[in-house]
Write a protein that binds this ligand. Structure first.
Ligand SMILES: *[C@@H]1O[C@H](CO)[C@@H](O)[C@H](O)[C@H]1NC(C)=O
Length: 191
């Protein structure tokens, strides 16, 4: 009896002594992500305006949803998406990202361009800020993050405080990507 208690204590003491050496090994398991993948802040869109080829002179105005679609080589709907960059992002990289669609079908492929002016509220298909630089493309394949297809200009030096707008267009035919601006779609990750 006495020797059983003694050996139980001895085993416990051996285990306890082993613990400090086991602990440092565990700390090497969590490898920190490289700094370029750390998102410090998310900038959500401040306005989405859809423009539609079928109603080319109608200003559809600011919408709660973004609609990017193309059917039978036409009937394009494109989304103009505005962001208000806050002050204080000097020295940071900004990255365009797309996620959380509410509906998608077809190719699921979308391209993003900069546009010449952030004044988009009254834009129509025929009268809108000019399409400027290609920034990159995504393929929407599910309800989470879209796959990056062309990374080209998706990451850039964050601009100084102010508004910038982008255009999201469909790639290929019989395609539809729709998102609720309050939940997802095009956004800017600050790195
Ligand atoms: C941006 O939108 C996401 C998704 O709706 C939300 O979780 C997040 O709080 C928003 N961020 C800001 C800064 O509004």
């Amino acid at each position: 009896m006495k020797s059983t208690i003694f050996s139980a204590i001895a085993i416990f003491a051996t285990l306890a002594a082993a613990l400090p050496t086991a602990a440092p090994a565990e700390t090497t398991v969590g490898i920190p992500a490289p700094p370029q993948f750390q998102v410090l802040q998310v900038i959500n869109s401040s306005a989405v305006v859809n423009i539609n080829e079928d109603t080319p002179d109608t200003a559809l105005g600011v919408s709660t949803i973004g609609v990017v679609s193309r059917t039978n080589n036409g009937h394009n709907s494109q989304a103009l998406v505005k962001f208000d960059f806050p002050a204080g992002l000097g020295g940071h990289k900004c990255r365009l990202a797309f996620g959380s669609p509410s509906r998608f079908s077809g190719t699921g492929r979308i391209q993003v361009y900069t546009i010449g002016d952030a004044n988009i509220a009254s834009a129509t298909f025929n009268q809108r800020p000019f399409r400027d630089q290609f920034k990159g493309s995504f393929r929407v394949t599910g309800w989470g993050e879209a796959e990056v297809v062309d990374v080209s200009g998706l990451t850039f030096d964050c601009p100084t405080q102010g508004a910038k707008a982008y255009e999201v267009v469909s790639v290929g035919d019989n395609n539809e990507v729709i998102w609720y601006a309050a939940w997802g779609g095009l956004r800017i990750d600050v790195l």
